[in-house]
Design a protein around this ligand. Structure first.
Ligand code: ATP
Ligand code: SF4
Length: 279
């Protein structure tokens, strides 16, 4: 296999972090978006590569549903969310004709598409490239790790929810990381309790502490517990708030930055930075 092209396109990317989850719907994409915005807030230049072929939700979360992929001489150009071009996004969703279409390709075609996303996007200089992967461990994950092999990603952030089933699934994810020698940067427990909007009391709707327990059990870094935030749901569901594209994105970034979860994600971003030390 020839990784030359991957290396060229990623040659100015300092750190590559994969975001993984054992099962769908645990908040992997929303964690990716919020982590990226927190890294941006810490002065980093960030890219999000959304290769979740089952449900590419990053464009919706950043109000980029109608964007198309543009080709330049160096390769595909990421869509920049902010006016300073410090947060770029490339998503499989940009290839789909509309937001209700899902990808029903078979294995080899999926692998080809993932390869193209890893090799054909020209990111330019980036501090962090966050890769939002499909849920579970599949051939697609193997393809991603294989194509990035020579590039040596810094590691994976595992996202789980407190329910045991999800923790069991992440355990499989952990085995996958060990098998393919992908370091685990740490675990995030998402939807960890619900903080009341009125009295700030945190109620554990599901069993709690699964992520922390698993981190301890496996000697891994626990990056943090993120509660359910109803404002986040509103924000993610109401991304069509403004007609003007640039304002819409700036407004969304502002909303994420001023959300209740922002301080928690800022701490997580700092932990990720310290795990991915510059050479
Ligand atoms: N901390 C949170 N508080 C409230 N809602 C959340 C939180 N995290 C995620 N959600 C909501 O849960 C839903 C699933 O989140 P998301 O799409 O990020 O999950 P995912 O793991 O990427 O899913 P998929 O399997 O489709 O890739 C979304 O509607 C999102 O708004
Ligand atoms: S947590 Fe407190 S304020 Fe919130 S609903 Fe319950 S009792 Fe009311």
């Amino acid at each position: 296999m020839n990784n030359k092209s991957t290396i060229q396109q990623l040659s100015k990317v300092k750190h590559i972090v994969l975001v993984l989850s054992g099962k769908g719907g645990v908040g992997k994409s929303s964690v990716t978006v919020q982590l990226a915005i927190s890294l941006l807030g810490l002065g980093k230049k960030v890219g999000i590569l959304d290769v979740d072929l089952c449900g590419p939700s990053i464009p919706r979360m950043l109000g980029l549903e109608n964007q198309k992929i543009h080709q330049a001489t160096n390769g595909w150009v990421p869509v920049f969310v902010d006016s300073e071009k410090k947060l770029g996004v490339m998503s499989i969703g940009f290839l789909l004709p509309d937001k209700n279409t899902s990808v029903v390709w078979r294995g080899p075609k999926k692998s080809t598409m993932i390869k193209q996303f890893l090799t054909d996007v020209y990111w330019g200089e980036l501090d962090y490239l966050l890769i939002d992967t499909p849920p579970g461990t599949s051939d697609e994950h193997l393809s991603i790790v294989e194509y990035l092999q020579k590039w040596k990603p810094d590691g994976a952030v595992l996202v789980t929810t407190p329910q045991n089933i999800s923790v069991m699934d992440v355990r499989k994810e952990l085995n996958f990381c060990q098998k393919v020698s992908l370091p685990v940067i740490g675990i995030i427990e998402n939807m960890s309790g619900y903080v009341c909007e009125h009295c700030s009391e945190c109620t554990n709707i599901f069993s709690s502490g699964g992520g922390l327990q698993m981190a301890k059990e496996f000697g891994l870094n626990f990056l943090g517990a993120i509660p359910i935030d109803t404002k986040l749901v509103e924000m993610l569901d109401n991304t069509q708030t403004s007609e003007n594209r640039e304002n819409k994105h700036l407004q969304l970034i502002q909303n994420y930055k001023s959300s209740n979860l922002s301080p928690l994600f800022s701490q997580i971003a700092q932990s990720v930075i310290s795990c991915c030390k510059d050479d």
